[in-house]
Design a protein around this ligand. Structure first.
Ligand code: DC
Length: 222
């Protein structure tokens, strides 16, 4: 059960997903995109007509979420929703339901189940603080709101979605406020986490730093 875990927490669009995915690939580890679980819950709620403040209804649905992760694709009820869960509106809805403690609790077992051999890279908001407090290496990956809005803008345009920088900065600022001030598992660096500001960094540089941190942590633990 004690397979090594690297946690990479941070705000929306900080690049943690890309970095975490690359680190996992390099090490041959599993990858948990915990934000996708909140997005899937939000998408499923929207489709089933469950209100985003119906905590009990959302939690009951999240506990049996019919989701599947296969080779970078996300499925809900057997349908490939990889692009649908990335839509901005679903991100905003995910941030709203993520404040509800029963929804968070409902998704705990699903997240812990990703910890299998040979190891896991987990990305999210509370990976190091709540879900995997015994992680061998914890990283808090962040970047300025402007840098993050710029990255998200490029991602959305690339995927064929429309986007406005002004709206993105506003959305990110509001979402940061919601994620960091909520009572249940707020976004904050875990004790002992390495703070990595990637505003002026390439993905390659960030990946190398995380791999070096992990290699050092392994050396120290043996
Ligand atoms: O990382 P993301 O943008 O895909 O996450 C979507 C929302 O899900 C985010 O605004 C907050 C929530 N979330 C969370 O509360 N805890 C996590 N571990 C991951 C995501």
């Amino acid at each position: 059960m004690n397979f090594p875990v690297i946690t990479i927490d941070g705000p929306t669009a900080s690049g943690k997903g890309t970095v975490a995915h690359r680190v996992a690939k390099h090490l041959g580890f599993h990858y948990l995109d915990s934000g996708a679980l909140y997005r899937l819950t939000a998408l499923s709620a929207t489709r089933r007509g469950i209100a985003l403040d119906n905590e009990d209804g959302l939690a009951a649905m999240a506990r049996v979420l019919p989701c599947l992760f296969v080779k970078g694709h996300v499925f809900l009820d057997g349908e490939d929703v990889t692009d649908a869960v990335r839509a901005e509106a679903i991100g905003v809805a995910a941030s709203k339901i993520a404040v509800l403690p029963k929804v968070r609790q409902a998704l705990v077992d699903l997240q812990i189940a990703f910890r299998t051999t040979p190891g896991l890279v987990a990305d999210g908001r509370d990976m190091g603080t709540v879900i995997f407090p015994d992680a061998i290496q914890k990283v808090y990956l962040t970047a300025s709101v402007e840098a993050r809005a710029d990255r998200r803008y490029k991602q959305l345009i690339e995927k064929g979605f429309s986007a406005s920088m002004k709206d993105l900065v506003k959305d990110l600022t509001e979402r940061d406020a919601r994620d960091t001030t909520r009572a249940s598992a707020p976004l904050k660096p875990a004790p002992g986490a390495y703070i990595l500001d990637t505003s002026d960094m390439t993905v390659d540089e960030a990946v190398h730093i995380v791999l070096d941190l992990y290699a050092n942590a392994v050396k120290l633990s043996t």
